[in-house]
Design a protein around this ligand. Structure first.
Ligand code: GLA
Length: 734
């Protein structure tokens, strides 16, 4: 890793182990993007790239310069609205006189060791000697604001972390209308975009499509990341596969309203941006204040989509998830939700814990319904005190469960409030709603105004009181509806557009305070399943419930889609009962286990009702979990088939860093008629070609044979077929 400024050539050179990122200062002080991708180092060639002229165009250009210097035609590092760049721009600042014309002109820069945190926001981290940062201060000649671009590099990763902040050194208020986190310009637009779309119970389905002229965008305006899209995009050369080709990724560390846009310009160039969604956003920056935009990560790999995912996984594991649990094996849990829904008491919970402990389960998680008077989803959110009628003294119950050798975890939905709750009766003004009174309801509940300090204080006090009252070692933090009628009573009219971002800052603040109070607490994020699965959340929680859809067949594309950016160790995955509660489908108990073993692993069913055969399978699955989880958590992940699990057959694997241990899963979702595709050939990846690998049944083969010829996966004549097997390198044999 190195960052250099070549003064004569006005060139910034950022180099990770396998990538170069170059930009230079142009004649009008604009930062011109020169190159991002695989390593390049010949000065003459770099200069040629840097001097590449823009095409002449109809668009105006900075005074005193030639027409080919129009900002509309140049690849830029960070664009601004209003001076002739008509593409999507990254920033727009409004002055008191109403103009939003903004400029981003280089003023100075600083290269330093280490990487700073971002106040109030998630940010990737690394010890001082393992990272370095370039900060470039740009001036907006119109408002006088300083726009500071930050680029951090890491010794052990090809990722680049970018962020932007704006400071107001003037005596006047500056309104930030738009401040995106990163922009990436390319001199051509021949890319496929790969991104994640979804809905409740079908989150993060990977889609791939060729970019077309014009703007393509996806975003959230729901107040949180949402089930519908995910705040990241991959740009792949059209021939790129899982294994080969140049691919770029942009991923935002943010859990609120975001936007991702790609614009193929009139000249066939591409601009991509990522950051806070500017719709209904504005931030008033008083003199002396600084605003921080969330961090964005950039990835590049010349080893296709698989290479990019592995870079992202490792980076998130080592530099984003800050929980002490990041690299720890998580306890095998059983969650009572699908077993009981709201209908439980302490006897029922204890009986689930007891049966589970006999089979090797290590933690009981008590889901929704333990607090206030909550017996259905129409009441009590906000009343975070134990329902003694149902549970008696919680500490006593937890002690009993601990005596079974099990840990105990509890569900909360901190950001929500029910109309029928003591909290609402005391503080109706804490609800996020417009003064006109009309409001929308989602799952019978309303959203708390998390931008308010008193709300965050109340939640911290009540939640920590419960957590202190008993030995609670895990929390499931849920969030079951989107924001509507976004208005905060405490903010003046001209600051209302700050509310959504302040909401997210409030959520982060609550996380921060709880983690300070309970540093070892294992928190699992959740939002109606996987509606807030993002790298911002992973800074606070090491795992997130992937989806309310626990059907093993559906989970294949959900979990493989999620793996575009996110590591296996971050994916909450459970074995649930069949017929499945979401799809009514029945698949074998063993397949359910094979899929859930690819995530954090646990159960979500009434374990007291399992047949003896199923109980044996639970014991076996838990044994396998303990044997394999190091590999699943820490190994390199390979999608062995194209299409992110959306076709009928899919396979994936984890390979240990020393390539000696491999775990492979393959599935065929529905059986196919005899004679058609009777078997599919599974070619493994990432093995040592010279090593001899042994299957559990004693068969042996060289790494090269397994990678080149592969192994046939049989066609069982049944829907929902899966196998999982392990290979171990036994010797090197040339
Ligand atoms: C959400 C979660 C579920 C469960 C319920 C409880 O839907 O995704 O796992 O916790 O809430 O109400």
């Amino acid at each position: 890793m190195q960052i250099k400024f070549l003064k004569k050539r006005k060139l910034f050179k950022l180099e990770t182990e396998h990538t170069s990122y170059l930009f230079r200062i142009g004649p009008a002080g604009e930062l011109r993007h020169v190159w991002y991708g695989g390593k390049i180092d010949d000065d003459a060639m770099v200069d040629e790239l840097a001097e590449r002229r823009g095409p002449s165009s109809f668009s105006p250009h900075p005074e005193g310069l030639r027409p080919e210097n129009s900002l509309d035609v140049l690849p830029l590092e960070y664009s601004a609205y209003g001076s002739g760049d008509y593409r999507i721009t990254a920033s727009a600042l409004r002055k008191e006189n109403g103009t939003i014309t903004t400029s981003t002109v280089y003023r100075s820069h600083k290269i330093s060791k280490g990487k700073k945190t971002l106040p109030g926001l998630p940010a990737s981290f690394a010890p001082g000697k393992d990272s370095m940062t370039l900060e470039i201060t740009m001036t907006d000649g119109f408002s006088g604001a300083e726009i500071i671009l930050s680029y951090s590099l890491f010794t052990d990763s090809d990722a680049i972390a970018r962020s932007v902040r704006v400071s107001n050194p003037t005596r006047k208020v500056i309104a930030i209308e738009k401040l995106l986190s990163a922009q990436l310009d390319f001199h051509h637009d021949d890319f496929d975009a790969v991104y994640l779309k979804g809905m409740w119970a079908k989150e993060r389905q990977a889609v791939r499509r060729h970019l077309a002229p014009g703007i393509q965008s996806f975003f959230s305006s729901r107040g949180s990341t949402g089930h519908q899209y995910n705040p990241g995009i991959v740009l792949a050369e059209p021939s790129a596969t899982e294994k080969t080709g140049d691919v770029y990724g942009m991923l935002l560390l943010y859990s609120g309203n975001y936007i991702v846009e790609a614009e193929c310009s009139q000249f066939g160039t591409l601009r991509t941006v990522i950051g806070i969604n500017p719709e209904n956003f504005e931030w008033k920056l008083a003199p002396g204040e600084t605003f921080y935009a969330p961090e964005a990560l950039l990835f590049f790999s010349d080893e296709g989509l698989g290479g990019l995912s592995r870079t992202s996984h490792k980076f998130i594991m080592d530099h984003v998830i800050r929980s002490p649990w990041a690299h720890r094996k998580r306890p095998v849990l059983i969650n009572n939700w699908e077993a009981t829904y709201f209908d439980f008491d302490k006897e029922k919970i204890y009986s689930i814990a007891k049966s589970a402990s006999e089979l090797g389960v290590e933690m009981l998680v008590l889901d929704d319904g333990w607090f206030g008077g909550r017996n259905n989803d129409r009441s009590s959110l906000g009343d975070w005190f134990v329902n003694r009628e149902k549970l008696g003294n919680l500490a006593v119950l937890v002690r009993k469960i601990n005596r079974l050798g099990m840990k105990f975890g509890l569900w909360f939905e901190p950001e929500m409030i029910s109309e029928n709750s003591e909290l609402y009766r005391r503080h109706p003004e804490w609800v996020l709603c417009v003064p006109e009174g009309r409001r929308s309801i989602g799952r019978n509940q309303m959203v708390l105004d998390m931008s308010r300090k008193d709300v965050v204080d109340y939640l911290f006090d009540t939640i920590s009181a419960v957590l202190h009252s008993a030995n609670i070692e895990y929390v499931k933090w849920d969030m079951n509806r989107n924001l509507t009628e976004v208005y905060s009573r405490l903010l003046p009219p001209d600051r209302q557009k700050e509310t959504s971002h302040r909401y997210v800052l409030g959520v982060y603040e609550l996380h921060e305070r709880l983690l300070k109070e309970f540093p070892d607490l294992l928190i699992e994020g959740c939002s109606g399943g996987g509606g807030r699965f993002d790298a911002g959340m992973l800074y606070y929680v090491p795992q997130i419930w992937c989806s309310d859809d626990t059907d093993a067949l559906e989970r294949v594309s959900i979990q493989l889609g999620t793996s575009l950016f996110y590591p296996s160790a971050s994916m909450g995955a459970h074995v649930s009962v069949c017929p499945n509660h979401q799809t009514r489908r029945t698949v074998s108990f063993s397949m359910r286990g094979h899929i859930a073993l690819g995530g954090t692993f646990g159960y979500e069913l009434d374990i007291t009702k399992l047949t003896p055969e199923e109980k044996d399978l639970v014991r076996e699955q838990i044994r396998n979990y303990h044997a394999w989880n190091d590999l699943v958590r820490e190994g390199d992940f390979y999608r062995l088939t194209e299409g992110f699990g959306r076709s009928n057959t899919a396979a994936w694997s984890w390979v240990s860093a020393d390539r000696k241990s491999v775990l492979v899963t393959a599935v065929r979702k529905v059986s196919e008629p005899c004679g058609i595709n009777p078997s599919f050939h599974l070619r493994l990846r990432g093995l040592d070609p010279d090593a001899v690998y042994q299957f559990d049944d004693g068969r042996r083969a060289h790494g090269r044979t397994l990678m080149n010829a592969g192994i046939p996966v049989p066609n069982a004549r049944t829907d929902g077929f899966s196998i999982i097997f392990r290979l171990k390198a036994v010797k090197k044999n040339r």
